[in-house]
Design a protein around this ligand. Structure first.
Ligand code: ASP
Ligand code: MG
Length: 409
């Protein structure tokens, strides 16, 4: 008998038919002899709808009330799924995040988990029931309802799997697993059987939309095995585990992020404290700066370029203009139409030449590289947004990813 956490995303439970299909899958798992804890998202696009209504109703939108509102979506879904499971003769009980023992900090709309005490979930399982928990929610020390942020249901599932010592955490979604590249862009992208936490973390940090990056971090820290799979075909998906001691793919995946913009500050005096001043101002305004490149200086002046999410571009430019007036640099330029393409693979740590192949591939396709960044298992290039899809296709091809990975020992 295994203990499984099964998480279902919004699309997986988007309609009454989908709810019933999920209930059947859960009931089948129970009949097979396994214990199941379900974590569920709000149905379909309900979270977006609730956010939209809130914007229409209010300009203030206090965090406490936003969290009460948004978490209602998941709460409705838990009750409905329990009803559908009951129809199949299996007992199920719904739980809010707070009933499931999720204690969080009080950062409304983006709360962090402090502790999970799933006593009531354990009791429910011991009584032979299926526990159905609302995703992305908890309770603060002040006993207010909190929301864990967009994509937070993945984190709920992983944290619950860890707290319960579950055998596996299955993340059911609308795609059959983690792909070597976005299948909408690369027609011969392949579903991976296995991937390491480190690789998936790099992928989610560099544009791969699912699972939520925070949940992958949590799973890596606590060693929770993940299985990303489809709620539509029920076929086996991608298993995410610790780094294997055996062979490792040199390159596992090519991901891209088009939600990037570039800011360049020019005529920056090359002396201590200038970068500190600018980036402190950006940090204090909560601008999430990513890739940063500073040129070597000529005659005591240099320029610095960095990327930010599109949504932060205007704010970043305004802050740089103010900072420029304070520390005396001459220009601030914004380039909204850029994107980042990244190749990721645990095997590149011990295999030279990956960066060279990336640059050659882009050059052969006449794609200009604006910025370069690397980690131990990733090479990223910033290119014009208009070129990024061609870059993804070309890199996927030149690393032979459609044919299966090339390994190093
Ligand atoms: N429903 C929420 C969202 O779409 C939380 C989640 O499902 O992860 O972000
Ligand atoms: Mg979701």
């Amino acid at each position: 008998m295994a203990l499984l956490v099964q998480k279902f995303g919004g699309t997986s439970v988007g309609t009454p038919d989908r709810m019933r299909a999920v209930a059947e899958h859960v009931a089948r798992t129970v009949r097979r002899g396994d214990q199941v804890v379900v974590v569920i998202s709000a149905m379909g696009k309900e979270t977006d709808d609730l956010l939209r209504i809130a914007r229409e109703v209010s300009n203030t939108r206090p965090g406490r009330e936003m969290d009460m509102l948004i978490t209602a979506g998941e709460r409705k879904a838990t009750a409905l799924l329990c009803m559908a499971i009951a129809d199949l003769g299996v007992e199920a009980e719904s739980f809010t995040g707070s009933q499931a023992g999720f204690l969080t900090d009080s950062t409304h709309t983006n709360a962090k988990i402090i502790e999970v005490k799933p006593d009531r979930i354990r009791a429910s399982l011991a009584a032979g029931r299926v526990a159905v928990v609302g995703g992305a929610q908890g309770q603060s020390a002040e006993r207010n309802v909190t929301f864990l942020g967009r994509g937070g249901s993945d984190t709920t599932a992983v944290a619950l799997a860890h707290a319960l010592g579950a055998d596996s955490c299955e993340l059911y979604t609308d795609v059959p697993g983690v792909f070597t590249s976005d299948p909408r862009i690369v027609t011969n992208a392949r579903k991976m059987e296995h991937i390491t936490f480190d690789e998936l973390l790099e992928m989610t940090a560099n544009g791969c939309p699912k699972p939520a990056m925070r949940s992958v971090e949590y799973a890596r820290t606590h060693g929770v095995e993940l299985h990303v799979r489809s709620a539509f075909t029920w076929e086996s998906g991608t298993v995410v585990t610790k780094e294997s001691t055996m062979e490792q793919a040199i390159v596992s995946a090519v991901v891209h992020d088009a939600d990037e913009a570039k800011v360049t500050i020019g005529g920056v005096a090359d002396r201590p404290g200038v970068a500190a001043h600018v980036f402190r101002a950006l940090a204090d305004a909560d601008v999430n700066v990513d890739l940063i490149v500073q040129n070597t200086s000529e005659q005591g002046v240099t320029d610095i370029s960095f990327t930010v999410p599109h949504g932060d571009l205007e704010k970043a430019v305004a802050i740089c203009e103010t900072a420029g007036a304070e520390v005396g640099f001459t220009s601030v330029t914004a380039e909204p139409a850029i994107a980042r393409v990244s190749v990721v693979g645990a095997g590149m740590k011990s295999h030279p030449g990956v960066a060279a192949t990336v640059f050659e591939t882009l050059a052969a396709n006449d794609i200009n590289i604006e910025m370069i960044a690397t980690s131990a298992i990733r090479v990223s290039c910033v290119v014009a947004e208009a070129d990024v899809e061609r870059a993804v296709v070309a890199l996927h091809d030149s690393f032979g990813l459609a044919n299966g990975p090339v390994y190093v020992d």
